[in-house]
Design a protein around this ligand. Structure first.
Ligand code: ATP
Ligand code: MG
Length: 433
């Protein structure tokens, strides 16, 4: 049963129960107790007999006729003193009894009525009350019928609502699946709802929104790519021009300046190359997956690192085996993490990898300053670097982690950072099996 319907079901049931009580109390107020009304109808024959046969007797004959009725009826008729009857009744009903009316008590299937008000029927008759018991009153059955009536109304109401909410629910489910897919980066995901569906207008709007977001992101990516690409030619021309200028410069001061400018240009070139690489990682088209021996790639990464004084330990599972992935991209992500660790570690770096049924986990630990908890997501944003004064000496553009995360995500994996047992940062790459 879907959630919308279940809530509706509970709501309808509660409303019907509340309505039953409201109806009961409103009717009691306006027209008298409905239960008593039912009881009166069920005891109509006995009341009729009393009023039209016994009461119609000549004064001296009243008791005889009552006895006649006693003989043929299953109802028990007792004459009791008025005071006893008054004691047996709640205060609200005594006035009714005093007026000479029939006072019904559906719960005990009985009624009370004074024999008469003036004492004409026999001596002391105004001091006596006729108590009829075992009347054919069955309130339970009446209640059951009433309950059944409400249940049938509720079912008649709930069946169409169930059918109606089912189609809504299915539509909402398909839209929430779409939102998940779109949110996880599949920008081409669209709703395929039929125009006859109830929530088709909503699906249509979501599709429009998705189109627009996809266009905007595409435009942004292609702008980044085009700008980076277009920058390459003037950079190359500048490099060439500076070289020519350097060859002709006689002044050593000017030569120094030119060398500094060449350094800046190299940095600019490196940035443009990084940006181009990053923009390529936005599409799975650039993924060249092949079976790769994991241990081999990880060891190659450690060999490619620039020489340093730091101790680099490797703890690679023997059973890492092969995984279908883009060797170049994985190496790029791992090397990035190792180079970062080299920049920030105090004395020690640990590269570890394990494999289980879920996939492979590669961790890079260091004993450096670590990453404060509130910065742990931000460092994956492009150009984001912690504490710029600390980082100035370490160089870099702040693109490494963002590129590494995109590279891992292209494989359906994830890259996160946490605290390391060594005291610094621990980066964890998870690749699904
Ligand atoms: N192991 C680490 N320990 C402490 N801080 C780190 C570590 N790795 C990354 N960081 C922080 O995260 C920031 C972003 O890292 P990222 O690799 O994206 O950029 P970068 O290394 O500064 O530059 P790039 O990698 O582009 O050359 C770094 O500037 C640094 O402040
Ligand atoms: Mg880096």
């Amino acid at each position: 049963m879907n959630r919308i319907f279940f809530r509706f079901f509970v709501l309808v049931m509660l409303s019907i129960t509340a309505a039953t009580f409201v109806i009961y109390f409103a009717f009691s107020r306006l027209f008298g107790d409905p239960l008593e009304d039912i009881a009166r109808r069920q005891a109509a024959a006995q009341i009729f007999l009393l009023e039209q046969y016994v009461d119609e007797a000549p004064p001296d004959d009243w008791l005889t006729r009552l006895n006649n009725v006693r003989v043929v009826s299953k109802v028990r008729y007792d004459l009791i003193p008025l005071a006893d009857a008054r004691n047996a009744l709640p205060a609200a009903r005594r006035a009714q009894l005093d007026r000479g009316e029939i006072v019904l008590d559906p719960a005990s299937r009985s009624f009370y009525r004074r024999v008469d008000l003036e004492g004409n029927r026999y001596i002391g008759s105004h001091e006596e009350v006729l108590h009829a018991q075992n009347l054919p009153i069955d309130i339970n059955q009446a209640l059951k019928m009433e309950a059944l009536r409400y249940v049938i109304v509720a079912i008649a109401l709930l069946v169409p609502i169930a059918l109606w909410s089912r189609s809504h629910w299915q539509g909402l489910q398909s839209l929430s699946r779409l939102a998940d897919e779109f949110g996880s980066g599949k920008l081409t995901a669209r709703s395929q709802m039929k125009p006859s569906a109830n929530i088709y207008p909503l699906a249509e709007r979501i599709n429009h929104m998705a189109d627009r977001i996809e266009d905007l992101l595409e435009a942004q990516k292609s702008l980044l790519h085009s700008v980076s690409h277009e920058l390459r030619t003037p950079i190359a021309r500048l490099e060439f021009g500076l070289e020519l200028l350097d060859a002709r410069a006689k002044d050593p001061d000017l030569s120094k300046r030119i060398a500094a400018m060449e350094g800046d240009l190299r940095e600019l070139n490196a940035l443009v190359n990084e940006l181009l690489d990053m923009s390529k990682l936005d599409s799975a088209r650039n993924l060249q997956a092949e079976p790769v021996v994991l241990g081999e790639v990880l060891r190659e990464c450690t060999e490619m690192l620039p020489p340093s004084q730091l101790a680099l330990d490797c703890a690679l599972d023997d059973e890492l085996g092969e995984l279908e992935l883009d060797r170049r991209l994985l190496a790029r992500a791992v090397c990035n993490l190792l180079r970062n660790a080299q920049k920030y570690a105090g004395s020690r770096i640990l590269l570890a990898a394990t494999r289980d049924h879920k996939g492979v986990e590669i961790t890079v630990d260091d004993d450096g300053p670590g990453i404060p908890e509130d910065e742990r997501e931000k460092i994956f944003d492009p150009f984001y670097r912690l504490d710029r004064s600390r980082d100035r000496a370490t160089g870099g553009f702040g693109l490494g982690l963002s590129i590494a995360r995109k590279a891992v995500a292209l494989h359906g994996g994830s890259l996160r950072v946490e605290g390391s047992p060594l005291g610094g940062a621990r980066f964890v790459i998870h690749l699904p099996a």
